[in-house]
Design a protein around this ligand. Structure first.
Ligand code: FAD
Ligand code: NAP
Length: 528
């Protein structure tokens, strides 16, 4: 099988890449490991899964009729609705005929003489293409901590990121959830409401702000849709590519009085959504300013959780925002329930599984089900699991052994005609991902069109441009609190992963840079 473009992954990135490639008249094929499209929203079917960027923003903008016609039922849509949307897009744009499902790509090798990529699936099928686009996702490889004894555990084991397609019934069961990140924060209130007992195994207490989710206000929807393009344009000027309704206040938290700070934080807390850290301009830049927001959330936890000793154990101590902020519907309140117990792994380290449950701090917890809400091998995990080889047979795994290195988060020196959508080194997971995905796909599509028009066969990032870019990404991160705690942004959640801050802060400046690079005839790239 021979194509112009092979796309690996059938989530929002892969679907739109296919649509754009076809629009250029290219023969394109998507290989997707799952049995359906939708990526994140195909895999993460745990109770409570929903977006935390508002649905009117967490949606495609490339087609005006699509964005006008699609109706979201809630401010933050739940997983089934987002998956229906992905399926709708696949049908509406007739994409399915070029998507091969149940096809996990195991290897991709660049042939220097033929100047094309050969891609092999896990079941041995091969296909070639001039361009290879990795739309493999930043949060698509579940992180499953090695838990001694798990193979002998007799109960059910789940991971939020690979949830069964049929409803899991927790009624009457004793359930253990490991983790307190976004997936746990969303699922814990629902599991607690259903299960007989819920034991939450917490390693690091989390900061979460209320979603105040509810039915989508139709008057607000109408206002947005009256000028959807304008709304999208304003959002793309925000540092995280969403939230122009409540932009960041650029003044300093430290220059404000305590009463002014309280008012500003409270207003954003009441608004709901991921807006709290926009209350002041220095909250993610300055540790002391950061502490004012952190203490505001701690006070909210103290006011919510009735047992003061329990509240104390739920108080996060790391900088707020340096692990991704969570959005919840009744997370802290859940710990007031009689059937919920918090197991603080700092007092009682997780020792492993027994045939009946989990053992922590010398105590046995009898469990009918264990839920791993332990996150993902983020940003590089999916790429590292494919044997990708560029010039001279060099493996990407080897090139990235010390951490990912890319130019613009889009291309890697030594790997011609390979593109990574929302790759490390781009704003990616620090943004509304739908905006970053579309920006990358548009750039890649335009790039391929330009190369074809000018008769070039290959494009390849120059090592010096890549080095300068990596230095830039690091320098930007160093000015913030992000490198100060053990987050998945740094790879710190996966034992042995190099500690490197992977995404780039600041969408608008990044998008402008990408445009300038293209306008300057792909500055920093070699074209041949
Ligand atoms: P994915 O949706 O991850 O799709 C990648 C696809 O590639 C997967 O289907 C995978 O099976 C496939 N794949 C990977 N490797 C291979 C291989 N070797 N061969 C074949 N196929 C392969 N972002 C936001 O901006 N806002 C949100 O509110 C938000 N909520 C989220 C909630 C959850 C629970 C999670 C986990 C993530 C959330 N994200 C959110 C991030 C989310 O991942 C992105 O928004 C977006 O869905 C990513 O789309 P994608 O197509 O790039 O990747
Ligand atoms: P996560 O943020 O990485 O959280 C994983 C949790 O598991 C953390 O509490 C972590 O503790 C814990 N953990 C990991 N390994 C452990 C171990 N060996 N022992 C004990 N605890 C362990 O993962 P996630 O919750 O799946 O979220 C990942 C990202 O996906 C989010 O940050 C977000 O970008 C996206 N997401 C978004 C939403 C949404 O609201 N729309 C929902 C889910 C996911 P430590 O903190 O101590 O490492």
């Amino acid at each position: 099988m021979k194509f112009d473009v092979i796309v690996v992954g059938g989530g929002f990135a892969g679907l739109y890449m296919l649509h754009r490639a076809r629009g250029l008249g290219l023969a394109a094929r998507v290989f997707e490991a799952g049995s359906g499209v939708g990526g994140t929203w195909y895999w993460n079917r745990y109770p409570g899964a929903r977006c935390d960027v508002e649905s009117l923003e967490y949606s495609y903008q490339f087609d005006e009729r699509l964005q006008q016609e699609w109706r979201w039922s809630e401010r933050f849509a739940a997983q089934p609705e987002i998956l229906r949307y992905a399926d709708h897009v696949a049908d509406r744009f007739g994409l399915r005929s070029d998507i091969q499902l149940n096809a996990r790509v195991a290897a991709a090798h660049f042939d220097e003489s033929a100047r094309c990529w050969t891609v092999r699936s896990a079941d041995g099928q091969a296909a070639t293409a001039r361009y290879l686009v990795m739309a493999t996702g930043c949060l698509s490889v579940p992180n499953r901590p090695a838990l001694p004894g798990l193979e002998r555990y007799a109960g059910a084991v789940y991971h939020t990121g690979a949830w069964p397609h049929d409803k899991v019934d927790f009624r009457g069961l004793r359930v253990g959830v490991i983790g307190t990140g976004s997936s746990a924060v969303q699922s814990i209130p629902l599991i607690a409401a259903e299960a007989k007992e819920l034991h939450v195994f917490q390693r690091t207490a989390t900061y979460s702000v209320p979603a105040h989710n509810g039915p989508l206000d139709s008057a607000y929807e109408a206002r947005v849709k009256a000028d959807y393009a304008g709304f999208r344009a304003r959002n793309s000027q925000m540092p995280n590519a969403f939230g122009s309704n409540l932009p960041r206040n650029e003044s300093s938290a430290l220059a404000a009085t305590p009463a002014e700070r309280q008012r500003a934080f409270e207003a954003r807390w009441r608004h709901g959504g991921l807006f709290l850290l926009g209350a002041f301009g220095d909250l993610i830049l300055d540790a002391q300013a950061n502490e004012t927001a952190a203490e505001f959330v701690r006070d909210k936890i103290r006011a919510t959780v009735r047992d003061p000793a329990l509240a104390e154990r739920l108080l996060p101590r790391q900088r707020i925002g340096c692990k991704r902020l969570c959005l919840d519907s009744g997370y802290y309140e859940t710990f007031n329930r009689d059937n919920v117990e918090l197991v603080d792994l700092n007092d009682a380290p997780l020792e492993g599984a027994t045939p009946q449950g989990l053992r922590a701090g010398g105590r046995d917890y009898a469990l009918d089900a264990i839920v791993f809400a332990t996150g993902f091998d983020a940003m590089t995990g999916a790429l590292a699991r494919i044997d990708i080889r560029g010039r001279g047979g060099r493996a990407l795994r080897e090139a990235w052994a010390g951490g990912p290195r890319s130019y613009l988060g889009l291309a890697v020196a030594g790997f011609p005609n390979l593109f990574t959508i929302t790759g490390p080194g781009s704003p990616s997971v620090l943004t509304n991902m739908l905006v970053s995905i579309e920006q990358h796909v548009n750039w890649i599509a335009e790039c391929i069109a330009q190369l074809n028009a000018r008769g070039h066969a290959t494009i390849e990032a120059l090592p010096q441009a890549q080095d300068a870019w990596v230095a830039h990404v690091n320098a930007v991160a160093e000015r913030t609190v992000y490198p100060l705690c053990n987050s998945w942004y740094l790879g710190a959640n996966v034992p042995g992963k190099p500690r490197v801050f992977m995404p780039l802060l600041g969408f608008p400046a990044y998008a402008k840079k990408c445009e300038e690079v293209a306008t300057a005839g792909y500055e920093g790239f070699a074209l041949a």
